[in-house]
Design a protein around this ligand. Structure first.
Ligand SMILES: [Zn+2]
Ligand SMILES: [Zn+2]
Length: 447
């Protein structure tokens, strides 16, 4: 019997009627105004606007002028627990995710201790069932302690509910070690997610190697640090017919390598982050440490290649790589600052504002890519259809706000989009049929 790989938090399923809301779910073929009834946490009925009668036992949500989307799924977040709860924990991280419209996230294992054993996975899953607002899955480490020397007990971890495996934060440097992991993956299933970086090329760098790093006098990381490692690992995945997912693509050479590998029929997928899709090395000129992340922000040509990859499907999904850091850790000189930006609370609005509104990307495509990780990781895909659990997000696409103006749900505030004027505010999120987020100013219509 397959273990349920996503853990649901303790919030109870609800009854509510969303009246006259614009439902946009490309997978369900929906793009029109509807009444949507949720009963006991399941999508129970869909009908024309104003057609469903209101039952006083349920909550009434006025949806007019608002959009109901399948909730988002993020395959790449750092919840920082155990060991670094001053940055984030299960409760704050999933609260941030819910505020961003997410119904499910996958947590990375570079914690303290590293998530590389079945007992620790069991205790984290138990903690998620008590503390998480939304569904959480875990990707334990490929190698013990992320050391790259010994494989973790992959079969045992799968038994305990591992969605897949990753050494994120680090590459699997040894091709022989990765090959062994891929052979185990074929036996025990799950997706191997890879952070691609050749440390012999990236060492000493704190931003993209190019004209800006030269001007600022900062050590550079060349894009080939990512793309050569990615090409190697795609070839290994092809050779072993293993299932591999490439994390946070940052440059055109990587997009080309993924397209090439997919054309060969290899079983690979890829993600890109909002910051790599929207920012470049130019944004690092102010030496704001919120712009320091791994892989680093690259050139405008790289950014355009990522957008084209997302449009064509070479890049399958959006992942935030939400990486919280405490203020004092980031308030240091650029070279010393840790890598990473938070992103769960701004992902949809930032991409909607900067890509959909200017006509670069269609809204339907963005909505699809925001939850495509579910299919890639063999998890239930949010679908707005009768009988499905309500995993939905209600957004006001016209509402404008300044990112961070009211603070953050995350425990950390190192968001690279802070201060930006964004459109597309999440008003309400349901995960597993429970209301996991309500925007403060958004009131439910009382009966
Ligand atoms: Zn990474
Ligand atoms: Zn990461």
């Amino acid at each position: 019997m397959a273990q349920r790989r996503l853990v649901h938090g303790p919030l109870a399923p609800v009854d509510l009627l969303l009246r006259d809301v614009h439902v946009l779910d490309p997978r369900a073929g929906l793009h029109a105004r509807h009444d949507v009834r949720v009963r006991a946490g399941e999508v129970a009925e869909l009908a024309g606007p104003g057609e469903l009668s209101y039952d006083p036992a349920e909550e009434l949500v006025e949806g007019h002028g608002r959009h109901l989307l399948p909730a988002f799924v993020d395959p790449h977040v750092h919840l920082r627990t155990p060991g670094q709860e001053h940055k984030e924990d299960l409760e704050t991280g999933t609260r941030a995710a819910a505020a961003g419209g997410y119904a499910a996230v996958l947590a990375m294992p570079n914690t303290d201790p590293v998530l590389d054993s079945a007992p620790l996975l069991r205790s984290l899953r138990d903690a998620a069932a008590r503390e998480a607002r939304i569904s959480v899955g875990f990707l334990p480490a490929i190698t013990r302690g992320l050391q790259g020397e010994q494989l973790s007990e992959m079969a045992e971890l799968r038994e305990e509910g591992a969605v897949g495996f990753t050494d994120d934060g680090r590459p699997v440097q040894s091709a022989g070690m990765l090959r062994k992991a891929l052979q185990y993956q074929r036996l025990c299933g799950g997706v191997i997610a890879l952070h691609e970086e050749d440390p012999t090329l990236s060492r000493g760098g704190s931003m993209h190697e190019g004209t800006v790093s030269a001007a600022l006098g900062l050590g550079g990381i060349p894009t080939i640090a990512e793309s050569t490692m990615l090409a190697r690992d795609a070839a290994l995945a092809g050779y072993e017919d293993a299932r591999v997912h490439f994390q946070h693509l940052s440059c055109s050479a990587s997009v080309e390598a993924v397209a090439d590998a997919k054309a060969r029929g290899w079983r690979i997928s890829a993600e890109a982050s909002p910051h790599h899709l929207l920012l470049t090395e130019e944004d690092v000129r102010g030496m704001d440490t919120r712009m320091k992340m791994h892989p680093p922000l690259a050139t405008e040509a790289d950014r355009r290649a990522l957008i084209e990859g997302l449009r064509s499907g070479t890049i399958d999904c959006v992942a935030t790589d939400h990486a919280p850091h405490a203020r004092d850790e980031k308030e240091v000189p650029f070279e010393q600052a840790p890598m990473g930006t938070t992103g769960l609370e701004t992902a949809f609005a930032a991409l909607y504002t900067e890509l959909v509104l200017p006509g670069v990307l269609e809204l339907e495509l963005l909505v699809r890519r925001m939850s495509a990780a579910a299919e890639l990781f063999e998890l239930p895909t949010p679908l707005i259809a009768p009988g499905e659990p309500a995993n939905v997000t209600l957004v006001d696409l016209d509402a404008e706000f300044i990112a961070g103006e009211r603070g953050w749900e995350s425990r950390s505030e190192n968001c690279c989009f802070v201060g930006r004027r964004l459109r597309g505010r999440v008003l309400m999120t349901l995960s597993g049929g429970a209301v996991v987020y309500r925007e403060r100013a958004f009131s439910v219509v009382a009966a």
